[in-house]
Design a protein. Structure first.
Length: 271
């Protein structure tokens, strides 16, 4: 048992975090929670986890900060090449053909768990390059971490963060600034960044594509299933779901169809 975080307090905090976000802390990652709590106690100038629990329980702003602190924001531009091959060579051509028939020329995407914005900006670069004349796109980018959302909204990245961006895209969609690169406004205007807790309904409907990669792994099975079913409600009758390569909907009560392309496995809504 930890002297800093006794078992009873560990249970209280992991229940609070789970109930508010769906994020599940097991005994194996208890040390991560401890380290985040120590930092919050230091900044709040409190002595015990009991005091901090009372503080965070009655303070929505502090609760958001805590949830931000316990999330892991690991991302990069053009992450998982197989997904981008599938996006460019299968998903977008399919949607273009269907939208030509319907007369709707807008592709709507949600980057759920967007972290610091690399994924939605990658989406925007691809779409700007491959969509035919007359088509446009809208991207909603959301995350539980307000700090990450604000970083994405600013669109400025240190040089070390853009190493995965092809040179032709770096030249076309970024401006070199002291210490890094700034995403150009013409790309940013297609993306709306927003704070969102996946435990709640986003209110969005008729989305053509949802990217939610390496997010479900932080939830237990019940929370995963609830999130995935809310995605179903948010998506258009013919649409596509991308999740992390180590994640799966296998065993869940969900209506998504498993789809194996030449490049990667994704999920489709067909109804």
């Amino acid at each position: 048992m930890s002297e800093f975080l006794p078992d009873a307090d560990f249970e209280r905090f992991r229940s609070l975090i789970y109930n508010e976000s769906g994020i599940h802390f097991s005994s194996s990652n208890r040390t991560i929670l401890e380290s985040r709590l120590k930092e919050r106690l230091r900044l709040a100038k409190l002595d015990t986890v009991g005091e901090y629990y009372r503080h965070v329980s009655g303070n929505q702003d502090e609760l958001k900060i805590l949830l931000d602190a316990v999330t892991t924001n690991l991302t990069r531009f053009f992450r998982n090449a197989a997904h981008w091959e599938t996006f460019e060579k299968y998903v977008i051509p399919d949607l273009i053909e269907r939208k030509r028939q319907s007369g709707d020329r807008t592709i709507r995407i949600w980057s759920a768990g967007c972290s610091t914005g690399e994924e939605p900006y990658t989406l925007a670069m691809f779409l700007t390059e491959i969509l035919p004349p007359g088509f446009t796109f809208e991207i909603l980018a959301s995350d539980l971490s307000l700090k990450s959302v604000l970083t994405g909204q600013e669109g400025f990245y240190a040089e070390s963060r853009v190493t995965g961006v092809p040179e032709k895209y770096l030249d076309k969609y970024f401006e070199k600034r002291d210490g890094g690169y700034q995403v150009i406004d013409a790309l940013k205007r297609h993306i709306k960044f927003d704070y969102h807790n996946l435990k709640n309904d986003s209110g969005r409907r008729n989305l053509d594509i949802i990217f939610c990669r390496n997010v479900l792994i932080y939830f237990d099975e019940a929370a995963q299933e609830a999130v995935v079913n809310r995605f179903w409600d948010a998506m258009a009758p013919h649409s596509f779901l991308f999740i992390g390569h180590s994640e799966s909907l296998f065993g869940m009560k969900t209506r998504f169809t498993f789809l194996k392309t030449d490049w990667a496995c994704i999920y489709a809504k067909e109804s």
